[in-house]
Structures are given as C-alpha cells and as structure tokens.
Design a protein around this ligand. Structure first.
Ligand code: FES
Length: 161
C-alpha cells in the first residue's frame, strides 16, 4: 500500500562506459526523469559486489538499480556477464533473506540510450511508489523489521591492533 507523498530513494550503480554515459546524455538532452535516483559510477557492472546492493537496502534505500553495457558490449569483455550471473544469485539470496527482490533491477543501457535511462528511472520510481517504502519488510527467519535511516556499523574488526 503506497504512502501518501512517498518518494522512493533509489541507489544506482552505473558502469562508466555505457549506462553512466547514457544518464549523462539524458541530462544534457534535458530529458525529464524523477529526481529519486542517486548515482554511483563504477568502471563496470561486473564490479558491483552483492554487498554494495545490500548495504543501501539495509540503510534505508527503497530500491537499487544496476546498469551496464548491453551483452557483448562490455569494455572489459565479460564484466556484464559476470554481473548477470551475480544478479541471479543475488535475487535468490534476497529472497531467502526476506527482501523484496523486485526492488533490485538490472538493466542494460548504452551510452546512446539517454531516453532509455530516463524511462527506466521513471518506471522504477513508479513501481516503488506502488510498493511503498521499504519499512516493516521482514528480513531473516525471525521476521525482524528494517529500521529506516542510517545504521551504525562497528568497524572494530577492520582496525589493526
Ligand atoms: S564496461 Fe559497462 S558493463 Fe562492463
């Protein structure tokens, strides 16, 4: 059930060579799309670690978009094939943890497809508005709730003694 005035927060991991450039083209072409997306540029969609997706979801994002070059067009030959395999495993993992896997999208958008990028953001924003905020979504077998907002992480294990 959507919340009144709800504006979803989307984190987008875009590959530098295709989807990021497509997003840039959408901007320079003055194509209108919702301002709900925060873009993080990576060199390749194959560099998107599943942890990169889980972290924003745990910290209050309502959706995550992964964008890369079309199959066969990856500038690193096979990075997007790796992204596609990881995405399939990630979807199963999200499902097993109790996350709504439909909140994570993988799309192939080239540097010349600014209109496609704008349309994807419109579609995703609309879909997430329909779903509503990602609160009270249980994770884990005990069904505990996700708290919206930043979480404190104890990074003591990363400190050298
Ligand atoms: S460089 Fe774009 S997906 Fe690999």
């Amino acid at each position: 059930m959507p919340e009144n005035g709800f504006e979803p927060r989307i984190v987008a991991f875009l590959c530098n060579w295709c989807t990021y450039t497509g997003a840039d083209l959408a901007g320079t072409s003055r194509l209108q799309y919702p301002p709900n997306v925060r873009i993080i540029r990576l060199m390749c969609s194959g560099a998107v670690d599943p942890v990169y997706v889980l972290k924003p979801l745990l910290e209050g994002a309502d959706g995550v978009l992964i964008g890369g070059c079309h199959p066969g067009d990856c500038h690193y030959q096979s990075g997007n094939y790796k992204a596609r395999r990881r995405f399939a495993v990630l979807q199963e993992t999200l499902d097993a943890l109790g996350f709504d896997k439909e909140r994570v999208w993988l799309r192939w958008i080239s540097a010349s497809e600014g209109a496609q990028f704008a349309e994807t953001v419109r579609e995703m924003t609309s879909a997430l508005k329909t779903k509503g905020p990602r609160v009270n979504e249980p994770i884990g077998p005990d069904g505990f709730e996700v708290v919206r907002g930043p979480i404190e992480v104890d990074n003591a294990w990363t400190r050298s003694s």
